[in-house]
Design a binder for this molecule. Sequence first.
Ligand SMILES: C[S@@+](CC[C@H](N)C(=O)[O-])C[C@H]1O[C@@H](n2cnc3c(N)ncnc32)[C@H](O)[C@@H]1O
Length: 180
Amino acid sequence: MNRTDIINELIEARELKSYLEIGVRNKADNFDKIKCGRKLGVDVKLEAVGIKTMSSAEFWEQNGKRSWGLIFLDGGHDYETAKADLLAAARVVQKKGVIVMHDCLPKNEAEGAPFRRPGGSPWCGQVWRVWAECVDGVIVDCDHGVGIVQDICPVSAELAVPPWKDRNLYEIIKPEDWHA
Ligand SMILES: C[S@@+](CC[C@H](N)C(=O)[O-])C[C@H]1O[C@@H](n2cnc3c(N)ncnc32)[C@H](O)[C@@H]1O
């Protein structure tokens, strides 16, 4: 199971009609595999059909009122951008819709560091911190942690313990136990 399976299952189970992906990189990896009537991607670097080539900040500024069924957040992994994307998405997600966040479970400090370190290991950035501070939801333990947001509930930043130190503070479920 990976992010694509989870997103498609959520879209089908909730009968969602629109999909927004923030941060696409390569359409073939995930975007093209999503089964949904209306799809839009936003990526600061990617120029392709169905993709708005702009930063997420510019996108929210220009399109901050249009609502979406499923919003997949996988753009900037620095704390400020990941948090701004979450809060903007929370304003425009439909009532029965859902926000999904990628990279919520870095395995170690390097994967969850504020900046990508040289050496090529996967980088989940500070998404875990945004999750710990702001989200009530479950994380499916696959594909670097696929978080399904249930609610936004800001808590003190001091409570943000990284998952490689204490996974018990997070509601993490095994892929085989997860169903939309
Ligand atoms: C991890 S990749 C996305 C992978 C893709 N969602 C997938 O599932 O295969 C992150 C992408 O986010 C884009 N990105 C980074 N910061 C961004 C920002 N502030 N606004 C929009 N896109 C951004 C990068 O250009 C990169 O292509």
